[in-house]
Design a protein around this ligand. Structure first.
Ligand code: COA
Length: 529
């Protein structure tokens, strides 16, 4: 086995360990406590909800690790499971509060994850199912989760907006939904409640007693029978979770089948095995890559139809452009190559290719391994600023779906030009080789050190060699640490950290899901040329 392969396998093993921790909060004891209440763990419910034999594409599994809130260091999986699966053949966004994580309450990261999944559903036109079992806002952090845009209220705003767009919002309540959280039941297009398990009220029994003196049980106040037989706030009364899951599937079984707005060719396996990714991607992040070889390992028949292959060798081909098919789905490629520094020729070529794919209405896949745009007077005078901004404009305005996959450095303005989070890719995936940060740890340490040295010198107290070395080390650790896929994944800067062998399946899903809506006409505003 090559050194690279051994390295990447051990890195992905660390990812497995983290995911295990995220998906088993509280261990078997927590599962037993759920069972005593007649409940299944949330992922079992999801698995029963989706079509038998199909895969649940779970998003952001490492969200919430190391977030360090007051009194809470980790929020496993962000406290809510989100992901995409098929129900009656239609791709659907599924949400499920994990009541094993602080009663499924909403921390800032829980909200961010919920909002991101709603944004994906909205952008791609997916129906939503909410498996609701939450104590509502995590009260010690109410100021950080309640009042602002993108806080608690936005969940219901999004539900209303999406239902107005014709996207079904279905709630299956399988536990408590109190105060603001009750709206998850009442705002749904159809809601399902379970006898002696689901509750939904604006104020629970203790609050009611305090406010009005009325003494009433949770069941009589806002249980399944009350809302389906008396208030009419919910629509379906079920005996248990299995019954409720079947009811949700039944409600969605009459939805119109989704239509793919892209021709699907026959799917062919790559000739180059996925192992080649493990073998060939250097363990050293700043070392160049063979972008064409990477593409061959993920594309049908290992085929890459390249655009402008011979343009400006050594500079223009730091980005390679063209088309591949993934599981029969054609996609336009903008991929880093070699060390990935973006010269102006590469920026111009990528811009041209984005415009062409937009005309053809085929989606774009950005494969990111770029530490930045080329600096220096040659580059500035040749127009790297204007050609870089043309690329950023093309990325911003392209009306076709965009996906980003990060396989290496992802720094500075190259993050913009290669469709980072701010450029609203339909999906953004990273790998254990991804490093997303304003600049590399070494560069950041150098810049900050020069500022610190100048300050200390001006004060007549220059830094000693030991202080310089300590300072540099600390800064490198901080910046490299914050660029790591675990740090970025835990803060939801990516939708999922993928293993190399998962890339093809996930990209195929992402392309298919993002091509379910009609594509508008291209319009780019003012290029500079
Ligand atoms: N904010 C902060 N922590 C909360 C919380 C909230 N809204 N709701 C529950 N928790 C915490 C509990 O303190 C407990 O923490 P611990 O494990 O460190 O002891 C943990 O979550 C589990 O709660 P518990 O009450 O033991 O779970 P349960 O399954 O018996 O009951 C609820 C779940 C949701 C019915 C119950 O916790 C509840 O009524 N919570 C308050 C709901 C509310 O009024 N929310 C209003 C906010 S909008």
């Amino acid at each position: 086995m090559s050194e690279n392969k051994a390295f990447w396998e051990s890195e992905e093993f660390k990812l497995d360990e983290l995911v295990y921790e995220a998906t088993w909060p509280g261990g078997q004891g927590a599962v037993d406590r759920l069972a005593a209440k007649g409940k299944k763990p949330v992922r079992d419910l999801v698995q029963n909800l989706i079509d038998p034999g199909t895969e649940f594409f779970e998003l952001s599994r490492i969200a919430g690790f190391g977030v360090d809130y007051p009194g809470v260091k980790d929020v496993p999986c962000g406290g809510v499971v989100t992901g995409i699966g098929k129900i009656s053949g239609n791709w659907t966004m599924i949400f499920g509060n994990d009541s094993r994580v602080k009663a499924g309450t909403y921390f800032p990261i829980t909200l961010k994850k919920h909002m991101r999944a709603q944004a994906i559903a909205r952008q791609n036109g997916l129906n939503c199912v909410y498996i609701a079992d939450s104590g509502g806002a995590f009260l010690p952090m109410q100021a950080d989760v309640f009042p602002d845009d993108q806080h608690f209220g936005s969940m219901f705003y999004n539900m209303a907006q999406m239902s107005a767009m014709g996207l079904k919002q279905i709630t299956l309540s399988t536990g408590g939904n109190t105060a603001g959280g009750a709206y998850i039941v009442f705002m749904a297009c159809q809601s399902v409640m379970i006898d002696n398990m689901s509750y939904s009220f604006l104020g629970g029994p203790p609050l009611v007693k305090m406010a009005t003196g009325e003494v009433i049980s949770a069941e009589d106040l806002g249980g399944a029978r009350t809302h389906t037989h008396v208030s009419g706030g919910a629509d379906h009364f079920c005996g248990d979770q299995d019954d409720a899951i079947a009811r949700v599937r039944d409600i969605l079984s009459l939805e119109k089948p989704q239509e793919l707005k892209l021709h699907r060719y026959e799917s062919v396996e790559p000739k180059i095995p996925v192992d080649s990714i493990y073998e060939n991607l250097p363990a050293a992040i700043n070392q160049g890559i063979d972008g064409r070889l990477f593409l061959q390992a993920i594309s049908d028949d290992s085929s890459f139809s390249e655009f402008k292959q011979h343009y400006a060798p050594g500079r223009g081909d730091n980005i390679i452009t063209g088309k591949i098919r993934i599981k029969g789905l054609p996609v336009g490629i903008i991929s880093s190559n070699a060390v990935g520094i973006i010269f102006y020729e590469a920026a111009r070529k990528a811009t041209e290719w984005i415009v062409r794919c937009s005309q053809e209405k085929i989606p774009l896949l950005f494969i990111q391994n770029a530490p930045g745009f080329m600096v220096g007077s040659d580059s500035e005078h040749a127009g790297i600023g204007k050609y870089g901004s043309d690329l950023v404009r093309a990325v911003s305005c392209a009306q076709v779906p965009k996906l980003q996959l990060v396989i290496g450095p992802d720094n500075g303005a190259a993050n913009y030009g290669m469709c980072g989070r701010a450029y609203k890719p339909n999906f953004i995936f990273s790998t254990m080789r991804a490093r997303t940060g304003v600049m590399s740890g070494a560069s950041a340490a150098g810049v900050l050190l020069s500022i610190e040295e100048a300050k200390r010198k001006a004060k007549g107290n220059p830094m000693t060699e030991e202080e310089i070395s300590d300072f540099r080390q600390k800064m490198m650790e901080k910046y490299d640490g914050e660029a790591h896929p675990f740090y970025c994944g835990s803060r939801l800067l990516t939708d999922r950290v993928l293993k190399f062998k998962e890339i093809r399946d996930w990209l195929a899903m992402g392309i298919e899901v993002s091509m379910l809506k009609n594509i508008g006409e291209p319009s780019f505003g003012n290029f500079r040329f």
